[in-house]
Design a protein around this ligand. Sequence first.
Ligand code: ZN
Length: 348
Amino acid sequence: VAAVTGTLSGAPGRFARGLRELAPGTWAWLQPDGGLGEANAGLVCGDGASLLVDTLWDRRLARDMLDAMEPHTRGAPIRTVVNTHSDGDHWWGNAEAPADAEIVTSEASARAMRRDVSPRELALLQRLLAVAARLPGTAGAGPRRSRDAFAPFDFGGVRQRRPDRTFSGTTTLDAGGREVRLVEVGPAHSAGDAVVHVPDARVVFAADVLWVGVAPIMWAGPVDNWLRAIDTLLELDAEIYVPGHGDVGTRADVERVGAYWRWLTVRAREQHAAGRGRMDAARAILADDGYARWADWAEAERIVANVDALYRGFGGRDPVGARGPARLAIMRDIAALGAERASPRASA
Ligand SMILES: [Zn+2]
């Protein structure tokens, strides 16, 4: 297998792609730059058995990862797979895992997986974006951005293999004699987020409640749950935090995400009180001097989704979060704002 070092679209990555050893028998699988579908995974190898955390978005990505892990799993086959949550980029590769491995996720994530968008629907979306991308000028700018972001992924051959076992709250798994703890912290990013703690390695696979170098996105909420999840992450006995997207981080990265949510909640409340829609609110908040603290994060435009989720919380609406057409509409707005920020003059 030829080593792919950069992002999936071929650009040079901001961090190295592939396996990174975090502690003895404990690896992260990293996909720069942590953008759409560029999800991370993890491997915990024990005595004669291993545990895999998440399986990426399509067959090829899952196969490449499992091939790279093979030297480690040859003597310790993957017996358990954890799906941290219901977004496809964390579980649609399940069918590539060993057939006899048991797949575990939270009950809330299992429910969300059943009602979420299917691979066929995403493949259809890719074709629609290719058409919309031909619209001239700014009308096509958002679709072109989305088309390019989805381009590295092939949903055609994805067979959805659903988890075998669910849990609620916390549960403890065994990886060849090593303890692995699952802690449900959702709904926050998604309906049923769970984080994976490996106490003997002082490592946490924090899934999509942690993002490093890239803006977080809140599909579910409420934000108070996300802030509680941040506290939970900091209370675990750990020093290495693998985000769902982005480079491997530390406690400081966890705290930074918490600070983002606290600041954004205040700003979004002001925008909500002023009666501004989510797009105008997002523009105003990104232009605020206070945002400079997170200006190094990629994909700042995701703030549209976060404003929308916060607005829903202020209005006491829909605790389950945005899905289906509402989610697609938010993705369209994110792409439009991203295109606008990429060429501010063209859209002025
Ligand atoms: Zn993700």
